[in-house]
Structures are given as structure tokens and as C-alpha cells.
Design a protein around this ligand. Structure first.
Ligand SMILES: NC(=O)c1ccc[n+]([C@@H]2O[C@H](COP(=O)([O-])OP(=O)(O)OC[C@H]3O[C@@H](n4cnc5c(N)ncnc54)[C@H](O)[C@@H]3O)[C@@H](O)[C@H]2O)c1
Length: 395
């Protein structure tokens, strides 16, 4: 059986809390061979090696204490079949994805794919040209509560979308602690909003045409950080439906869960509403206090067969595993073919995956909305329109 060599770029929160536990599990399941992490600082790699001894991580930078291009060395050395997992600040995704595609490696990129339609277009074009699989990790597509909406919508049971309200808000530790050094280059709209923009598209298949967004700067600015606290976006979709999306990342530290979030959609034949944070399974412990607990995202459980081992389950893992499985299938089905036949087979498989997965042809939708939203927000709610190629422009 083929195994993938994985390079993870970025050694921050999502790498530590989700990607390495998943990769380690998939290594034990025989799907991953080597796990390599490339981050900016050598100390980050050393800490991850200590925290995940079983993963036998190889890391970059190896010589200098700090190197913002260590990821390029890792990709130069990556052996086929290789997969590159990008988990760096959002504004670095495009350059890293394009480089990995040029090297011919399949890619999993954390949401959002990138921040501009121009970059998303380049990624789409070069990934198709090179026959490379590029998957954006929109894990909410794997939340069965939300996937059920897509099912009923596509089966015609909901009728046609009219309007939607989605909200996604996180505790202030996100901009204050986890990525203080890049939150000024992002916003709650780009960092959080991207999920429920993708969700509306995933459910309905409609295209966004007009965006109006407002943002507020009060709390973070008072703490010396020039970033938006919150944002509200009105997205008009191609059939005239309107989605109202509310995001913020300044919830109090004592909020009983990291994320408050939910999705409501009204259609001509029915309505769906869900609180995707409160799943009615809550803890109160002396260690953590009162906790609104979402067991479905990504949590450890006792492994049925090795109860002294943690098994991580949930839609956060399922999304990454879907992409790993797709890449394994591509490699298995092209393994014994000559170069031309392998390329044709790759292109054919990727064009099938494009219909159902957040490959660049789908991930570009939320990139277009966040780019237009940012343009609108900095002009205090000026309308921004998307043309037939999703290029945003003021009137
Ligand atoms: N899927 C999810 O649930 C989820 C959750 C949180 C974040 N994210 C996304 O994952 C990405 C990373 O977020 P995070 O929360 O881990 O951020 P983070 O700030 O905790 O980590 C980012 C990491 O990238 C590293 N980095 C920065 N510049 C680099 C460079 N030039 N080369 C190599 N490494 C570099 C930093 O040193 C850090 O280790 C973002 O795109 C974010 O939007 C996804």
C-alpha cells in the first residue's frame, strides 16, 4: 500500500491541536510515512518533536534559529508521493500553495484558500495545468448537522434559498494570544466568516454577486492592536437570496466555549436552524469550569482497542482525512502508469473531485466574498459587486 510523505508548513495552534494528532493517527493507520514540519523558528520544531515523540517529526529550520523560507528547503527535499499541508497565516497561503503546485505536490490548505480572487484564479489554473489536487480544509462541510441541510436542499425538500443568518464568534484569546502577530493582517470576516460563506455555497451552489460589509474597531485598538473586533456582511447571492453573516473575535475569556456559532436558512419550502456550538452536552469541572462542549468537532476518546491511547474523532479530522484519502487514491491509481497516462488519470480524477470537494473552483467563492467584504468594510459599507469571474469592484 502507498504511503504519503507529509510536510506541514506552520507549527502553530492548528498544527499542534489538530493536524499532528490526525497525521499521527493516519501514520498508525498505515497511510502516512514521514511527517515533516517546516515553521519559521527552530524552537517551534523542537517543541513539537518533544510533544509528539511517536510522530518522529523531522523539522526545518535545522541550522538557523529562524528562517521564513525553511518551508522551501522542506519542499525541495520532500520525496514522492508527497503531500503539503499549509497551516500558516492566511496571507501566506497563496505563495506556498503555488510553490507546492509547481513542485507537483498535492496540497491541503487551511481555510481560506487565499485572500484574493486573483491568487485563487492562479491557483486554480496552475493546479489544473499541473494535475495537482488542492483541497481547502472547510471542515464544516463534514459536520453532519450542516451536511444534512445540503442533502435536503439538493433533494428539493427545502425549495429555493431566500435568506440566511450565520454567526461565528470567538474568544479574545484568538487575536490576543494565538495570533497577535498576524491578526492585523486579517479580520474576523476573513478568519471566521469564510466558513459560513462556504457553507451557504455548499448547500445551495449559488454564486455571490454583491457584498456590503461593516466593521468595528474598539476593544483591540484600545489594547494597541489595529484590527477589527467584529464585522457584519450582507451577501446577495445570484438568485437574490441574502445571507447576513456576523463575526467577532473578542468574546470574553470566560465565554464557556471557544466559538459561538450557528446557521439559519429560510427557503421557499422550509427552514433550518442550528446552534453549532451548543450541542446539549456540557461539562462543569473544577479544572475548566462550565464548558459548552461540542463533541462533534475534534475531541479525544479512548481507543476501543487500545484504551490507554487517545483516539481523535470529529468533523475537524474527517475533512483532513478525506483529502489524505483522495491523494492516496490518486497515487494508487496512477502508480503503474507511464508519465502521460498518469497525468491524464490525475486530471480526470481531479475533475471528478472538483464537483464535490472544496477544490480551488469551489474555494474561490469564499475568497471572493472575503476580498469584496474587506473592500466594503474599509469604505464603511460601500457596495462591492462581483463580475462573472468573481472579480470584486466598486460601482
Ligand atoms: N481548520 C480549522 O479549524 C482552523 C482553525 C484555526 C486556524 N485555521 C487556519 O490555519 C492557519 C494557521 O492558523 P493557526 O491558528 O495555526 O495560526 P498560528 O499563528 O497559531 O500558527 C501559524 C504558524 O505559521 C508559522 N509561520 C509564519 N510564517 C511562516 C513562514 N514564513 N514559514 C513557515 N511557517 C510560518 C508561525 O510561526 C506559526 O507557527 C490559518 O490559515 C488559519 O486561518 C484553521
Amino acid at each position: 500500500m502507498i504511503k504519503l510523505n507529509a510536510v506541514v508548513i506552520g507549527g502553530g495552534m492548528i498544527t499542534k491541536q489538530l493536524l499532528l494528532p490526525v497525521l499521527l493517527q493516519e501514520k498508525k493507520n498505515g497511510k502516512i510515512s514521514q511527517i515533516i514540519v517546516a515553521s519559521r523558528k527552530k524552537i517551534t520544531i523542537q517543541r513539537l518533536i518533544e510533544e509528539f515523540p511517536e510522530a518522529e517529526i523531522k523539522g526545518y529550520p535545522q541550522i538557523k534559529d529562524e528562517n521564513p523560507y525553511a518551508w522551501k528547503i522542506a519542499l525541495e527535499k520532500l520525496q514522492n508521493p508527497g503531500i503539503v499541508i499549509i497551516a500558516t497565516p492566511d496571507d501566506l497561503h497563496a505563495e506556498m500553495t503555488l510553490f507546492a503546485i509547481e513542485k507537483g505536490f498535492d496540497v491541503i490548505v487551511q481555510k481560506p484558500l487565499c485572500l484574493t480572487v486573483k491568487d485563487a484564479g492562479k491557483i486554480l489554473e496552475s493546479s489544473r495545468k499541473k494535475g495537482v489536487y488542492v483541497f481547502t480544509d472547510f471542515h464544516k462541510r463534514h459536520d453532519l448537522s450542516l451536511r444534512a441541510v445540503q442533502y435536503k436542499y439538493k433533494k428539493g425538500e427545502m425549495g429555493e434559498a431566500l435568506c440566511c443568518h450565520a454567526w461565528h464568534e470567538q474568544r479574545r484569546e484568538i487575536p490576543l494570544k494565538y495570533f497577535r502577530n498576524w491578526c492585523e493582517r486579517s479580520s474576523p470576516l476573513e478568519y471566521l466568516g469564510t466558513h459560513y460563506i462556504d457553507m451557504f455555497y455548499f448547500v445551495t451552489g449559488l454564486k455571490p454577486v454583491k457584498i456590503i460589509a461593516k466593521g468595528q474597531k474598539k476593544l483591540l485598538v484600545s489594547l494597541g492592536i489595529n484590527a477589527f473586533d467584529s464585522s457584519q456582511v450582507f451577501i446577495t447571492w445570484s438568485n437574490g437570496a441574502v445571507e447576513y453573516l456576523q463575526t467577532s473575535w473578542i468574546l470574553p475569556e470566560k465565554n464557556p466555549c471557544l466559538s459561538n456559532q450557528g446557521f439559519q436558512i429560510t427557503c421557499t419550502e422550509g427552514e433550518f436552524r442550528a446552534d453549532n456550538a451548543d450541542r446539549n452536552s456540557n461539562f462543569s469541572t473544577t479544572k475548566d469550569g462550565y464548558e459548552i462542549f461540542n463533541p462533534y468537532f475534534f475531541k479525544p476518546y479512548l481507543d476501543w482497542n487500545k484504551p490507554d491511547t487517545d483516539q481523535y474523532l470529529g468533523y475537524g479530522a474527517d475533512s483532513v482525512i478525506q483529502a489524505i484519502n483522495d491523494c492516496l487514491r490518486i497515487n494508487e491509481e496512477t502508480n503503474n502508469l507511464d508519465k502521460n497516462q498518469a497525468f491524464e488519470k490525475r486530471v480526470q480524477m481531479i475533475s471528478e473531485f472538483e464537483k464535490t470537494r472544496p477544490l480551488p473552483n469551489q474555494a474561490i467563492i469564499s475568497t471572493a466574498v472575503i476580498e469584496a467584504g474587506k473592500m466594503s468594510m474599509i469604505k464603511d459599507g460601500a457596495p462591492v459587486f462581483l463580475d462573472e469571474n468573481l472579480i470584486p469592484h466598486y460601482e
